[in-house]
Ligand binder design. Structure first.
Ligand code: GDP
Length: 139
């Protein structure tokens, strides 16, 4: 099977705590290759648009506030089965439920401040990659 691209974001909690390098190393050890990355400070409008699917959830405004609280690091990552493998590697949304050795088990502070985002389907990966990276930046 050919390689696939997916979108991850090192969230403001982990980026602000200086864990970006360790998390990227962890992902590289899992066979992901970095294809694009940039430090971003999301506006409220961008965070609301990115998480629009959660607009009706009780935690939506808190999530938007968190995601705009500081810089984050969106990344395009390539690997075979990148979307599903990255979801395995990051672990469950709630770090209390994340398997040992997953990124969230190691770096998440709470169900909201959970260190990393990863696209949850190939369609969403495509949409989310386009959200942050023009096609020409994906090498
Ligand atoms: P993910 O795909 O594992 O990131 O989880 P979801 O798509 O369900 O949720 C998106 C993000 O919203 C999560 O990564 C958390 O940052 C946040 N979130 C999810 N569930 C909750 C919750 O119950 N409470 C709060 N405060 N935040 C949540």
């Amino acid at each position: 099977m050919s390689d696939e691209l997916t979108l991850a974001i090192i969230k403001p909690d982990a980026f602000g705590a200086g864990h970006a390098g360790d998390i990227i190393s962890h992902l590289e050890e899992e066979g992901f290759e970095l294809r694009a990355a940039r430090v971003a400070e999301l506006s409220r409008e961008q965070a609301e648009a990115f998480y629009a699917v959660h607009r009706e959830k009780p935690f939506f405004s808190s999530l938007v506030q968190f995601m705009t609280s500081g810089p984050c690091l969106p990344m395009a990552l390539e690997r075979e089965n990148a979307v599903s493998h990255l979801r395995d590697v990051i672990g469950a949304t709630d770090p209390e439920e994340a398997d040992p050795g997953t990124v969230r088990a190691e770096y998440a502070q709470s169900v909201e401040r959970n260190a990393i985002h990863a696209a949850d389907s190939p369609d969403n990966a495509e949409r989310e990659l386009a959200f942050f990276f023009p096609r020409t930046e994906l090498v």
